[in-house]
Write a protein that binds this ligand. Sequence first.
Ligand SMILES: *[C@@H]1O[C@H](CO)[C@@H](O)[C@H](O)[C@H]1NC(C)=O
Ligand SMILES: *[C@@H]1O[C@H](CO)[C@@H](O)[C@H](O)[C@H]1NC(C)=O
Ligand SMILES: *[C@@H]1O[C@H](CO)[C@@H](O)[C@H](O)[C@H]1NC(C)=O
Length: 179
Amino acid sequence: MLSLCVALLVFYIATKPPPPKVSIKMAGIGEFGLGEGVDGSGVTTKILTCNCSINLIIDNKSKIFGLHIHPPTIQMRFGRLPFALSHGPKLYAAESGSSKFKLYVGTRNKPMYGAGRSMQDMLESGKGLPLVLRVSLHSSFMSFGALLSLNSTTKLNACLSFIEHMIKSIALRHTIAPA
Ligand SMILES: *[C@@H]1O[C@H](CO)[C@@H](O)[C@H](O)[C@H]1NC(C)=O
Ligand SMILES: *[C@@H]1O[C@H](CO)[C@@H](O)[C@H](O)[C@H]1NC(C)=O
Ligand SMILES: *[C@@H]1O[C@H](CO)[C@@H](O)[C@H](O)[C@H]1NC(C)=O
């Protein structure tokens, strides 16, 4: 038993995988609408609905270990204001080369208050919308069940400037009243 453990340990050290290479890319804007509406307490404000898709690209870089990705957290911010949060599914990167996963982040009928006004001004001025995407994920290389594991936590930031012509046609024309 002890020699088996030693053998496993030696094997593990010898094959210790390098940390995975992870990157994110904006894939598309499925939906985007900023309109006039009322919040739960009857205050008139800007209401946002959006849904963006993101490609998460992962290189497991290990010849032996599969890479488990625990459900990633995706946050979208407008300046410093977080306005959308979602959790992706559990993922497994076992392919050689890089694996690509599609994730979504969005919000429905979210009152934006003061920020909504600035968003609209930026869209109307044609400057685009500075948005920040934050993805944090926890990954483990695992082999022999979970007997040998190497965990790492990755935080990624991407700054996006939504190009206004892409969304101008769909933005600013909805009037959404939350239920
Ligand atoms: C990723 O892990 C699997 C083990 O499940 C391995 O077969 C594959 O070769 C690894 N990928 C790379 C790029 O080495
Ligand atoms: C965004 O779109 C995807 C795919 O259509 C869907 O699964 C997801 O629930 C949507 N998210 C929001 C917040 O609408
Ligand atoms: C790595 O993460 C897995 C799953 O969350 C856990 O079971 C395991 O104990 C962790 N290993 C280490 C060395 O932290």
